[in-house]
Write a new protein. Structure first.
Length: 95
């Protein structure tokens, strides 16, 4: 077992120190929405790949949505809701 104390990266420390509340809140909303989307897929036993096929997009795009690294704008919400598998992501999840 390694008992060495980890020293945080200076770059990461600077990023965290310099983040704005607004950017933090935006990231929190994206991650929360991505988690809700993932849970909707999981509870219906739908893989991200099957979901991508159902709406005619590349699997990597669905993975990007699930990562929380892109904003869930009207286009993304409409794309998700255009599926025939019963997945509906309400804009209420964005708040």
């Amino acid at each position: 077992m390694n008992n060495k104390k980890r020293i945080p990266s200076q770059v990461l420390t600077d990023i965290i120190k310099n983040r704005s509340e607004e950017s933090y809140e935006e990231a929190r909303k994206r991650m929360k929405t991505a988690c809700v989307f993932y849970d909707l897929l999981k509870e219906r036993n739908i893989t991200p790949q099957k979901f991508a096929e159902s709406i005619g997009v590349d699997y990597s795009l669905v993975q990007l949505w699930l990562s929380g690294n892109v904003p869930f704008d009207d286009y993304v919400i409409a794309s998700i809701n255009a599926n025939p598998l019963g997945i509906y992501l309400s804009k209420d999840y964005l708040s």
